[in-house]
Design a protein around this ligand. Structure first.
Ligand SMILES: *Cc1c(COP(=O)(O)O)cnc(C)c1O
Length: 360
C-alpha cells in the first residue's frame, strides 16, 4: 500500500491548509494592502538604469550593508541596535520561530496577522491566541497578562497597527506586556507608513523588545523586504539561522533606489490616508454598514448578519476583489476588509456595494 504523502512529514503539517492567495487577474484589487500607485516613467527609467549595472552572475552582498545603512538613517535606528533583513517580514517571523526551543509557546491577540499562527503551527510550537475586546478591538490587558504568566511565551507578536482590525493598541498596554514578559516581544509595524506611532524609541528601555517593519505596504510588496530591529546580541543569534543570500541582488538595488524617492512615497501615503478618511465616511454613511476607524491603509467593516460572504461574492461579480474575513469567525463574523485604492477604485467599490446592499 502506498504511503500517504503526509506520512513523510511532521503530523501538524498534514493537518494544515496552505496559505491561499485569491486569483486577482482582471479584478480591481483591494484585497492585499498594496499601494495602488505606480511610479512616474522618469523614475522607472532611472531605476532601470540602476538594474542595467547589476551583476546577476554574482551572489548578492550577504549582509546588504548599503541598504542597512540607508534603512538605519531613514528610520533613525540608534547605533547600538542591529538590523536583520528578511525576504518579507514573513520570513523574519519564520526565522524567529525556527530559533525557539521545541515546545515553546507563542502568544498573539486574535484576530491578528495569520502568519504568526500559521508558521508557529508548521514548526510544532504552541500557539495561544488571546481575544481582543469586541467592538474596540483593543487588547484585553488583564487576560493577556494572565496568559503571559501562565504560558511564559517565548515570543509575543503585537501588530501595531493591527491587521485585520486596523487600530493602534494603547501604547501603555504594549509597554506593560513587554515588561511582564520574560520572552521576546515583537512589535510588528507593517503599517507604520500610515500610522503616526512606533516603538523604535522604546528599544533602548527594553532588552526583550524587537521592532519589525516591511517595505511591502509602503509600495514595494513585489520586492519582498522586511527588517527586524533589535539588540546586537539577539540579532547576532538570529543571523545564524538566516540563509546567507536571502535578500537577492535585484531587491537590494531596487530597495536602495526606491528609498531615495522619499518625496514620492510621502505624497502617495498622504493621499492614501486622505482617501482612507473619505472611504470610511462613505462606508459609515450606509445604514447597513459599520466601518471601524483605521490607522492603516485598509478598513475593516461589518455587514448585516450572515451576509458577508454573499456581499463579498457579489462584489467579485462586479469585478472587485476585497477580503472576506467572516469565515475566520469570532470577532470577525460578518466582517469584510477593503484596502484603500485609487479614488476611482474606491468609488467603483462603493457604488457596487450600494447596489448590492439595495438588493440584499
Ligand atoms: C502584510 C503584513 C506583514 C507581511 O509583510 P511582508 O513583509 O510582505 O511579508 C507582516 N505583518 C503584518 C501585520 C502585515 O499585515
Amino acid at each position: 500500500m502506498a504511503l500517504p504523502p503526509s506520512s513523510f512529514f511532521r503530523q501538524e503539517i498534514g493537518k494544515m491548509a496552505a496559505y491561499k492567495v485569491a486569483n486577482a487577474s482582471g479584478f480591481i484589487k483591494l484585497d492585499a494592502m498594496e499601494n495602488p500607485y505606480q511610479w512616474p516613467s522618469d523614475i522607472t527609467e532611472q531605476w532601470l538604469d540602476k538594474l542595467r549595472n547589476c551583476q546577476l552572475n554574482r551572489y548578492p552582498d550577504p549582509d546588504a550593508k548599503e541598504l542597512a545603512a540607508t534603512i538605519r538613517k531613514l528610520n533613525q535606528i540608534p547605533d547600538q541596535f542591529e538590523i536583520l533583513f528578511g525576504n518579507g517580514s514573513d520570513e523574519l517571523i519564520q526565522i524567529l520561530l525556527m530559533a525557539l526551543p521545541a515546545g515553546s509557546s507563542i502568544l498573539a491577540p486574535e484576530p491578528s496577522f495569520v502568519m504568526y499562527r500559521q508558521i508557529a503551527q508548521t514548526l510544532g510550537l504552541h500557539y495561544h491566541g488571546i481575544s481582543l475586546l469586541p467592538d474596540s478591538f483593543e487588547l484585553d490587558l488583564p487576560t493577556t497578562l494572565d496568559a503571559v504568566k501562565k504560558h511564559q511565551p517565548s515570543i509575543i507578536f503585537l501588530a501595531f497597527p493591527n491587521n485585520p482590525t486596523a487600530n493602534l493598541f494603547n501604547k501603555s498596554f504594549l509597554i506593560e506586556i513587554i515588561e511582564a514578559s520574560t520572552g521576546l516581544v515583537v512589535i510588528d509595524e507593517a503599517y507604520a507608513p500610515f500610522a503616526d506611532a512606533t516603538l523604535i524609541n522604546d528599544l533602548e528601555n527594553h532588552e526583550n523588545l524587537l521592532v519589525m517593519r516591511t517595505l511591502s505596504k509602503l509600495g514595494l510588496a513585489g520586492i519582498r523586504l522586511g527588517f527586524l530591529i533589535g539588540s546586537t546580541g539577539i540579532i547576532e543569534q538570529l543571523n545564524k539561522i538566516r540563509l546567507p543570500y536571502n535578500i537577492n541582488v535585484l531587491t537590494q538595488i531596487s530597495a536602495e533606489f526606491a528609498l531615495a524617492q522619499q518625496d514620492l512615497f510621502a505624497v502617495q501615503t498622504k493621499k492614501i490616508c486622505q482617501d482612507r478618511t473619505t472611504l470610511l465616511n462613505e462606508l459609515n454613511a450606509l445604514p447597513q454598514i459599520h466601518a471601524f476607524e483605521s490607522a492603516a491603509n485598509f478598513i475593516l467593516f461589518r455587514t448585516p448578519k450572515s451576509k458577508a460572504t454573499a456581499i463579498f461574492l457579489a462584489l467579485k461579480e462586479h469585478g472587485i476583489l476585497i477580503k472576506n474575513l467572516s469565515p475566520q469567525a469570532g470577532l470577525l463574523t460578518d466582517c469584510l476588509r477593503v484596502t484603500v485604492g485609487k479614488p476611482e477604485e474606491n468609488l467603483s467599490f462603493l457604488s457596487a456595494l450600494k447596489k448590492i446592499l439595495a438588493n440584499l
